[in-house]
Design a protein around this ligand. Structure first.
Ligand SMILES: Cc1cc2nc3c(=O)[nH]c(=O)nc-3n(C[C@H](O)[C@H](O)[C@H](O)COP(=O)(O)O)c2cc1C
Length: 215
């Protein structure tokens, strides 16, 4: 009888031990699953953070982009580049304007008057990387040159900052800033810098002051 009782108690103890082991094993599995889940979520958050950080860093990049027919705006663009660095890119029409100034003048007049946007030969695929764009143009008939209008027309510049600069031969920046704002309605267009073509070299001090002002 006593033996039977001991056997009975032992059985109960064994049963309880088995249940305890089973419960511990189950708890461990659950916690590993939860840890794995947390780890995955944390990694996802970290990756999202890195992606966002990279996007912000990319968007901070600066591009100087310009068109120039007789080199004045190119000179000014290079002076800006010397001062601020970043990337620099020339806008090139697919078909160059005639070397003959009068012929180019006549073609330019027609394009401005008829709002023609000449085709460009550049590939501006990577423009999305830039948050700030210094945009240079000669003044043609009181506004930006048509290749610059083509550039703006072909880009999504929403959310970017456009900083206009131009060279002219008598009548200043004209309607160029309004035209830039019109062609890129969701961009922020800042105060521009306009220099008479004969003053480009002498404009270094004024340029430095303007760059400081818009910074
Ligand atoms: C087709 C054409 C139209 C122009 N129209 C104007 C104008 O309306 N107002 C002005 O001040 N200068 C005008 N100019 C002069 C240029 O703006 C000036 O020479 C400028 O510095 C040229 O820059 P670039 O050498 O980068 O082409 C015109 C020049 C050309 C070729």
């Amino acid at each position: 009888m006593r033996k039977k009782f001991i056997l009975y108690v032992l059985c109960i103890i064994c049963f309880l031990l088995m249940i305890s082991f089973a419960l511990i094993a189950y708890a461990k599995t659950c916690s590993t699953a939860i840890n794995a889940k947390n780890y995955k979520a944390e990694m996802q958050m970290l990756n999202d953070f890195i992606d966002k950080e990279q996007q912000v860093r990319k968007a901070d990049k600066t591009l100087i982009v310009y068109y120039s027919y007789t080199d004045d705006t190119r000179k000014l663009a290079n002076m800006i580049h010397e001062k601020i660095g970043g990337d620099i890119l020339e806008i090139q029409p697919l078909e160059l304007y005639p070397d003959d100034y009068n012929a180019a003048y006549a073609q330019g007049r027609k394009e401005v008057e008829e709002r023609i946007k000449p085709q460009l030969n550049n590939n501006f695929k990577d423009i999305s990387e830039y948050g700030t764009i210094y945009l240079g143009s000669p003044i043609w008939f009181g506004t930006i040159a048509p290749p610059v209008a083509s550039f703006l027309y072909g880009q999504s510049l929403a959310g970017k900052t456009i900083i206009p600069f131009c060279t002219y031969d008598g009548l200043g920046a004209g309607q160029s800033i309004e035209e830039i704002a019109h062609l890129s309605p969701n961009a922020r267009v800042t105060e521009g810098f306009a220099v008479k073509r004969t003053e480009v070299e002498k404009s270094r001090e004024a340029l430095a002051k303007w760059l400081k002002r818009i910074d």
